[in-house]
Design a protein around this ligand. Structure first.
Ligand code: PHE
Length: 337
């Protein structure tokens, strides 16, 4: 029996467990009802009286050692309740899922800015609360133009409103800078419109302005073609005649999206063409209003809605998604640069 005890003592020194389950298995193996140490206690009962006393001591020692060892193993594997010092497991991996993601509007804005800054455009900004002059009058909006109507514009005070487009920044630039001016103006704009899946009262635009000597419509077209290639990977565009008070001639640019998939059919209404932005040559009246001589200088301007671009690029079909801060929506853009 002494031999068995010695062997078990040796064995117990070497046992190890990496989970609480493993430690429990060891407890059952040695100390359970049929465990090897428990069995020794059964054998012990058969021993003659004189050996019993000596062996009893030895067996009790073995049992205590085994119990201590197994309890120590359990302590190191079991998850501790919070507050006790060993609750911090330094080997746990970092929880990456709490990282944020960029908003799709920001992603598309950054891409547009990148494309135009590579062409030599700089960035400009202006106030979101504008006076009538910068938002309308300097841009050649007639006094009775419907865009000034209460239905389209959020008025703050008489003569002051939330800007309805970023074209107001054009005016500020031309008033304060000498040409050449080559700038893009991303920003938030506001329109008093019913909110639906297609339109919102708040959205974002990027506007571009280039004023110099001899700027022509061909320059505008080439710049926009470059933009369409870079932004959408499409190299077929068309410019449809349009009207804006501040540009003459004015156009709307469509990109040929193609008709390969069902989605192409749906978003292009079966034509293959998608309207992407508004543009034109800056009206001489606007140049004069801003103190630039239209006999010397000419220029072009263009403007586009960022939400709309993002809808096309990411297949988002409801503009309200941008403003609801639904994590399930926003998380889809994590990892997108
Ligand atoms: N400001 C126009 C709009 O909000 C867009 C535009 C900008 C058109 C510049 C032409 C030139 O729709």
């Amino acid at each position: 029996m002494q031999e068995k005890v010695n062997a078990l003592l040796e064995e117990i020194k070497g046992i190890a467990a990496s989970t609480a389950e493993e430690a429990e298995h060891l407890r059952i193996k040695y100390l359970g009802r049929k465990g090897s140490i428990t069995q020794l206690f059964d054998d012990f009962k058969q021993l003659p009286g004189d050996v019993k006393r000596e062996m009893g001591k030895v067996l009790n020692e073995l049992k205590t050692k085994a119990t201590d060892r197994i309890n120590a193993l359990k302590e190191h594997t079991e998850v501790k309740p919070e507050g006790s010092s060993s609750a911090i497991d330094l080997s746990l991996p970092v929880r990456l899922d709490s990282l944020g993601s960029r908003h799709p509007v920001q992603l598309v804005r950054n891409r547009i800015v990148e494309i135009f800054t590579q062409l030599g455009f700089n960035l400009s900004d202006g106030p979101e609360i504008e006076d009538d002059w910068h938002n309308f009058s300097a841009l050649n909006f007639p006094e009775e133009h419907p865009a000034r109507d209460m239905q389209d514009t959020f008025f703050v005070d008489p003569g002051m409103a939330l800007r309805t487009h970023t074209s107001s920044v054009q005016v500020r630039l031309m008033e304060t800078q000498e040409p050449p001016i080559r700038s893009i103006m991303p920003g938030r704009v506001f329109r008093n419109e019913a909110v639906s899946s297609r339109s919102h009262c708040i959205f974002h635009q990027v506007e571009g302005l280039y004023i110099d000597k001899d700027v022509s419509f061909a320059d505008l077209k080439q710049t926009l073609l470059h933009f369409a290639r870079e932004m959408f990977g499409k190299s077929k565009i068309r410019l449809r005649p349009s009207y804006f008070p501040f540009t003459e001639p004015s156009a709307e640019m469509d990109v040929y999206w193609g008709l390969k998939t069902e989605t192409d059919y749906r978003i292009t209404k079966g034509t293959g063409w998608l309207e992407v932005l508004g543009c034109g040559m800056v009206d001489p009246n606007v140049l004069t209003n801003c103190g630039i001589n239209p006999e010397v200088y000419s220029g072009y301007a263009f403007g586009m809605g960022i939400e709309r671009m993002a809808m096309l690029l990411y297949g988002i079909d409801d503009i309200r998604m941008y403003f609801e801060n639904d994590q399930r929506f926003l998380k889809q853009f994590s990892g997108v640069l």
